[in-house]
Design a protein around this ligand. Structure first.
Ligand code: ADP
Length: 244
């Protein structure tokens, strides 16, 4: 259920939450927050609150899914019933199936799956509170959880969206902008290689607008990347190795 449509999304050159066009919401990332998972991450991104837990490499169940030459990666995105304004019916729906798929695909070519034949790496993502942009936030958290589990990867995947709101190209849409803006462009990147592993578009953009939004989203994702690395350094670089 959507919240009411505001008359304008940009007032006096500022967005409704007071941000400049190229400004991210505040982001906090903490690696290794769950004792029983092999790796985990808690992330707050604006009012989004997300937990990701990684298990594996481990035995594959059901066994027929096992691949002789590599591990399988399964990311499962779920929204808690209390994560949105109107209670969300628990259980899978089209949207969570789509998000699980795109998040898995965004990480599949980054993890060195060939090192773990006949095994599975699972990442469970729980959205505790949603405020727009949960796929980018979830992908960001999932990649920190994988790194925290010690799963070998080319690099972290960092994500951020840009879009068009009241005719302006803006970074990191929050819920109202996401629901009532003209376009949303979530992007996931592998900073070390320059690859783009997530690219979706909702709404319409001209070619110039698309290029501007893509450029802005990549710049946002690079800021997110620094926060991901800092979270891992905080856990592994410090004296106490982080508490769980
Ligand atoms: P993303 O979270 O990646 O932006 P969507 O564009 O599908 O994905 O969703 C935008 C936002 O709409 C979500 O972040 C959430 O705040 C809200 N939303 C999504 N699904 C629901 C739902 N079932 N009920 C209420 N709000 C929802």
């Amino acid at each position: 259920m959507k919240v009411g449509k505001p008359e304008k999304l940009i007032v006096n050159g500022k967005r409704l939450d007071g941000r400049a066009f190229d400004e991210l919401r505040p982001i906090k990332i903490k690696a290794g927050v769950l004792k029983r998972a092999d790796g985990s991450c808690y992330l707050e991104w604006g009012k989004n609150k997300i937990i990701a837990a990684c298990y594996g490499p481990r035995e594959v169940h059901p066994r027929h899914l096992a691949r002789p030459d590599r591990a399988i990666l399964r990311c499962v995105y779920k929204m808690a019933p209390f994560s949105v304004k109107e209670r969300k019916k628990p259980g899978p729906d089209r949207r969570s199936v789509e998000l699980s798929k795109v998040i898995t695909e965004a990480l599949e070519n980054v993890v060195f799956l060939n090192l773990f034949p006949r095994s599975a790496i699972d990442v469970y993502i729980e959205v505790l509170q949603a405020e727009g942009g949960t796929r980018c936030a979830s992908l960001t958290a999932a990649s920190v959880a994988l790194a925290d589990a010690g799963v070998p990867m080319k690099d972290l995947v960092a994500a951020c969206a840009a879009g068009k709101v009241d005719g302006e190209i803006v970074l990191d849409l929050f819920e109202l902008e996401d629901n009532y803006g003209e376009a949303d462009l979530p992007v996931g990147i592998v900073p070390r290689t320059g690859e783009i592993t997530l690219l979706q578009m909702d709404g319409n953009l001209t070619r110039e607008e698309f290029e501007k939004a893509l450029d802005l989203a990549i710049k946002g994702a690079l800021q997110v990347y620094e926060l991901q690395k800092a979270a891992l350094k905080e856990k592994y670089g410090g004296e106490n190795g982080g508490e769980q």
